[in-house]
Every structure is written in structure tokens, then in C-alpha cells.
Design a protein around this ligand. Structure first.
Ligand code: ASP
Length: 309
């Protein structure tokens, strides 16, 4: 059964501030930012635009928002740099593009899309990826643009806790990511994800976000997925592809498949995080196994919703 209208869902990562540290002002700022992002994607879909364009617009807005760990506001590697990963996938025919470990490109999701549209490749890194960005005329920014004091402080705290032997698992200090999934009025799905990765990661570490089938996936016949959390666990489980396979091969309803993978499988290997998963019939779930996940959704003709915990 096909849905009767569009659906858009977004996330701003599973690295939410613990409830006790969240002030009312800060909480309001997150909801307002998520609302602006939904509006950016929704305006594409209400004009009969493609799911692919809607997830691109939503993830660009998330990357531009310093509250979230992607683009401006990305976390720092252990040597104080930014290395960003991003991916995009079109549910029509499983076209995909992704970039890993890039720096300087204002909107990594646009570079992922350029890889998909301008090359024969799916995943690119290094100088070759930056050449594609230049050829596509994408905007570059200097280090100051990506810098936020809060992320810098998180890195210093992480390094100090490592040295003290007191490092804990607090997701709000360690990670975050942004992503979007959409179903358009023509019945097509798309997904996009973008991240600075994990605070204090080693240079060259690549997470799940740009790995098609791990942190990002879309196929019109099954689902669109964007994930956030401990990237290594999401790669080991190939989380997004696992949901697709449970639907396609196991005839499991999408909502059951997505919950089982996050609540059972991810927890079983000690991974924390969550995801947004949208089925071709418009069913949407946003499961997480940690304290919260910045998230929101809007349906054709409906009012936008945003949630944190
Ligand atoms: N999954 C991201 C990564 O491992 C981080 C996150 O979503 O928190 O790079």
C-alpha cells in the first residue's frame, strides 16, 4: 500500500544533553532549530518536490545549525581538527553517494550528492573528494566557521577524562549526527546523514554515517533509514541494511524490524544510539536505546512535531 501524501522525519543526533543539564532556554532553542529544519524540507515536499531534494534541504539546514554535530558545530578529532562524513541515498534504484573524513566543505551532504551525481563512485575521501567539491562549485569555509566553544570544551574534557582514567559514556559529550528521511507524493523514498563523528576520534576514523547500509540507506521497496550513535556498533550490525533485509526477506513490518535492531541487537553488543526509519507506506518509527534523540517529523497536511527525550 502506498502512502497518500509526503512524510518527512529528521534527527539531530542521539547525543542529547541529560535532562538535568537541559535548561528551558536550551530546550526551546533545540525545538526551534528542529522546527526550522522541518520547514526547510517540508517546503520542498509541499511543492511536489522529490524526497531526495527534501532530505538534502533538511540536512543542509541541520549542518548550518551549530547546535548539532555536523557541518558548523561538528565535534573535534583528538588532534583538534574536523573530519566529516556524509551520505545520501535515493530510494529510486538505490543510487548513493558518500564522503568520509573531509574538511572545509560547508555542506558535506552536498558533496555526497555530487559524488552520486557527478562520478561513477559511491564513497570518496581525501583530495579526490575535495576536487569533486570544487568542480561542483560547492562553498568552502575556514576552520573558524566550523568552530564552536562547546565542542572544543567537550574535546578538552574528553582528553582530560581519558588521562585521568575517568572517561564515561556520556553521549552528549561523545557524539551526535544529523539526518533526514523522506517519502514524497510520488511515493519515492530518500535518506541523508551527516556528522562530525565522535569527539576525540583518531585522525582517519570513519563512522557509520557514510557507510551505505550501516548509517544510511534507502530503497523504495522497503524503507529509508538514517542512524546516529556509536558508529562502530552500527557498522558491525549494518543496522540500516539489517532493517531492509528483515522487511524484504523476512516479511517483518518495518516498525518491528527497526525496533528489534535498535532495542535488541544494538543493546546486545553494548552500542548506544537510535535512528529514524520510514517505510514506503508512510509508517515512521524513531527508536533509540539511550536517554534521548533530537528528532521531528511532519506529514502532508499535518502539523510538525519535535521531541528530545
Ligand atoms: N554515528 C556517528 C559516528 O559514529 C556519531 C553519532 O551519531 O553520534 O560517526
Amino acid at each position: 500500500m502506498l502512502a497518500s501524501g509526503f512524510v518527512l522525519a529528521i534527527h539531530g543526533g542521539a547525543g542529547v544533553l541529560p535532562r538535568d543539564d537541559m535548561s528551558p532556554e536550551r530546550e526551546a532553542a533545540y525545538h526551534a532549530a528542529l522546527g526550522r529544519v522541518l520547514a526547510a524540507g517540508q517546503s520542498v515536499l509541499t511543492a511536489d518536490g522529490a524526497a531526495l531534494d527534501a532530505v538534502t534541504a533538511a540536512v543542509m539546514a541541520l549542518e548550518d545549525e551549530p547546535l548539532f554535530n555536523a557541518g558548523r558545530g561538528a565535534v573535534f578529532t583528538r588532534d583538534g581538527r574536523h573530519e566529516m562524513d556524509a551520505a545520501i541515498m535515493d530510494g529510486r534504484g538505490r543510487r548513493a553517494g558518500a564522503v568520509a573524513g573531509i574538511a572545509g566543505v560547508r555542506n558535506p551532504v552536498l558533496l555526497a550528492r555530487a559524488v552520486m551525481e557527478r562520478t561513477d563512485h559511491v564513497l570518496m575521501a581525501g583530495t579526490g573528494a575535495l576536487q569533486i567539491a570544487r568542480a561542483a562549485g560547492l562553498a568552502f569555509e575556514d576552520d573558524a566557521y566550523f568552530y564552536t566553544q562547546e565542542r572544543w570544551d567537550s574535546l578538552q574534557e574528553t582528553l582530560r577524562m581519558e588521562a585521568d582514567g575517568t572517561l564515561d559514556d556520556d553521549p552528549s559529550r561523545r557524539h551526535g549526527t544529523v539526518g533526514a528521511v523522506a517519502l514524497d507524493r510520488a511515493g519515492n523514498l530518500a535518506a541523508a546523514t551527516s556528522t562530525g563523528g565522535m569527539t576525540g576520534k583518531r585522525a582517519g576514523r570513519i563512522g557509520d554515517s557514510p557507510i551505505i547500509g550501516a548509517g544510511t540507506f534507502a530503497d523504495d521497496t522497503t524503507c529509508a533509514v538514517s542512524a546516529t550513535g556509536d558508529g562502530e556498533a552500527f557498522i558491525r550490525l549494518l543496522v540500516a541494511h539489517e532493517i531492509d533485509a528483515r522487511i524484504r526477506l523476512g516479511a517483518q513490518p518495518m516498525s518491528e524490524a527497526a525496533r528489534a535492531v535498535v532495542i535488541d541487537d544494538l543493546s546486545a553488543i553494548g552500542g548506544s544510539g537510535g535512528l529514524i526509519s520510514l517505510a514506503r507506506d508512510g509508517a515512521l518509527v524513531m527508536p533509540f536505546n539511550c536517554e534521548g534523540m533530537y528528532r521531528g517529523c511532519v506529514r502532508d497536511g499535518g502539523a510538525p512535531e519535535t521531541h528530545i527525550y
